[in-house]
Design a protein around this ligand. Structure first.
Ligand SMILES: [Zn+2]
Length: 139
């Protein structure tokens, strides 16, 4: 794992090639003051091509959101040029305030103040259902 260029911060490795911008936006990395480097189409021994995001600060990350988007991502925490933690993500059982229900008749569509919640019903197909109306989520 190449952690060059990061003194203290986080390296998101093994991002599916082409998905780094989606993750950048989902994690709202554009709002950070520190430097963020996105490396696209890096060679990966495991998956052929991959994206990498290097964040020059140890920020709290939304692991549920990350795991939902791509649970093959590895999260590397770096302190003083040394890798101190390596985390593997899991597909979250519940998604809170990450995706929104598509059903126009759902209570969450009528009442925007209600928190969006989805539960995992099938880990193999990554199928999530709204806890209020049981609709399947479609991207
Ligand atoms: Zn719903």
């Amino acid at each position: 794992m190449n952690i060059d260029g990061v003194t203290t911060g986080i390296v998101l490795d093994h991002i599916e090639a082409g998905k780094s911008m989606e993750i950048y936006e989902l994690l709202k990395l554009d709002r950070l003051d520190c430097s963020v480097a996105i490396i696209q189409n890096a060679d990966s021994t495991k998956y052929g091509k991959k994206d990498i995001i290097k964040i020059d600060e140890d920020i709290p990350l939304d692991f549920a959101a990350l795991g939902y988007l791509d649970n093959k991502i590895t999260v590397n925490r770096v302190h003083n040029h040394e890798l101190v933690e390596k985390l593997h993500l899991e597909l979250p059982h519940e998604l809170v305030d990450i995706i929104a229900c598509n059903n126009p008749r759902c209570i969450t569509s009528v009442e925007p103040s209600i928190v969006q919640k989805f539960k995992l019903v099938n880990p193999d197909t990554k199928e999530y259902h709204c806890i209020y109306c049981d609709s399947e989520y479609h991207r």
